[in-house]
Design a protein around this ligand. Structure first.
Ligand SMILES: [Zn+2]
Length: 229
């Protein structure tokens, strides 16, 4: 489900799972680089944001930090590592690179489980992950994502916060699918696939982006952003 804000210019949140809340262009890298031909998207990557496209600035190194937690049957850090690897394989150039960070205070994306304290101070938008298996949050502010302050840090660094509820995922593969889906939102897919076999289906069961997921991301990476993360 997507919780559409009353005034989108200032706020956008979306959430995933139960209940789920949340023209091709050619991209020229630079004058002396070849034009990249983009595939059509398989589903609308702006359906959850009222038609607004968001993504990282081209060439961004996106640091992803996983909040430590007690060991359990499934490992959140492993799921994030796998998601980072599989989404990094999708861009046709170097539009973004996800890296797992070891320091929360320099992270662009912070991932945590419901069982640990919220690691980031709330931004200007409502932050309400309750009831969601996965919840990806950023807050648009003047065409950018508002920077959020990790708890105990003095600087504003994080643009995106992802909260998962691991009590909703019984196995590592179920957690992998959930995390892959949320990271898909974090790299610019602001929509859900209607096809159950896709990672970006509302209740994903696979963790490797399908051709449809890949084409959708490749398409949006070639378009101008309305909101730069
Ligand atoms: Zn979702």
């Amino acid at each position: 489900m997507f919780r559409f804000p009353t005034r989108f210019a200032a706020r956008a949140t979306w959430r995933h799972a139960c209940p789920m809340v949340m023209a091709a262009m050619l991209l020229t890298w630079a004058c002396d680089n070849p034009t990249v031909v983009r595939p059509d998207f398989a589903y609308d990557p702006t359906a959850l944001t009222g038609g607004l496209l968001y993504r990282w600035s081209t060439g961004a190194k996106v640091r992803v930090f996983v909040e430590p937690m007690a060991a359990g049957s499934a490992d959140l850090a492993v799921a994030v590592q796998r998601a980072v690897q599989s989404w990094n394989a999708v861009p046709q150039g170097r539009e973004f690179t996800l890296d797992v960070a070891s320091n929360r205070d320099v992270a662009d994306v912070i991932v945590y489980d419901r069982s640990v304290a919220q690691p980031v101070a709330t931004g200007s938008c409502p932050f309400n992950p309750s009831g969601a298996a996965g919840y990806t949050y950023f807050c648009p502010l003047n065409g950018r994502a508002e920077r959020l302050r990790p708890i105990a840090a003095t600087v504003l660094t994080a643009a995106i916060v992802i909260r998962v509820d691991m009590t909703t995922t019984a196995t590592q593969s179920a957690l992998d699918a959930l995390v892959a889906h949320e990271i898909g939102h974090a790299v610019g897919i602001g929509g859900h696939s209607p096809q159950a076999s896709d990672v970006m289906f509302t209740r994903p069961t696979v963790s490797t982006p399908t051709e449809r997921d890949r084409n959708t991301l490749r398409n949006l990476l070639g378009r101008a952003a309305d909101i730069t993360l």
